[in-house]
Write a protein that binds this ligand. Sequence first.
Ligand code: ATP
Length: 218
Amino acid sequence: MKLGIFGGTFNPIHYGHLRAAEEVRGMHKLDKILFIPSGRTPFKKPELASGRRRYEMTKIAVRGNPSFDVSDIELKRRGVSYTVDTLISLTGKYKSAEFFLILGIDAFLDLPSWKEPDKLLGLANIVVISRPGFSFTDLASSQYFKGVSLKTLRRFDKGDKASMSFKAGAGSKIFLCRITGLDISASGARRLIRSGKSIKYLLPDSVESYIISNKIYK
Ligand code: ATP
């Protein structure tokens, strides 16, 4: 089984996340994508809704898509959540699965500051997805792209190829994946809510209703 892992604060989940997951699923023929709302993160996050609220919103958002599922694995864990620990638990649960960890370019650039990034790269393939405001050329500064020329990254940014791959540690691969650019962020959505503006069409109606009826981010 090919299993996509999509972690995030999902504070709230929006169409940028959902469309990205759908396109990666199609490109890599993944059997399933597991959305994993983060537990307590080691990084300070302003206006973080409770784990239960973020889990509920993510559940509501993926309803009706048989390939999408939500895991509360990080929310159940005590203390700070690290992706490497989550992957270790999941390899125990899904013994025969090949893992594909989905990260936006911005998140991938943070990887060196995560717990045991090299171990993480040994446990899962990484799918780095495009995100408006970032380019694949930005990856040239990453220690994981030392062997990759700036020219190759530039060509990928400008070309029409949707995907390319590189070898990472321990038999895993790093895939670059160009997806439809949706300039949506959770922080942008929260800002709109705070100023009393509409968030319609940035995220599913069902999630919008949940936010409004529970007065989240007000
Ligand atoms: P915030 O604005 O609060 O920082 P966010 O919109 O970046 O939140 P996260 O839950 O932090 O959302 O993101 C989870 C993952 O989804 C990250 O890997 C991030 O890069 C990716 N991601 C978020 N929004 C998009 C988008 N519009 N297009 C592509 N990737 C995205």
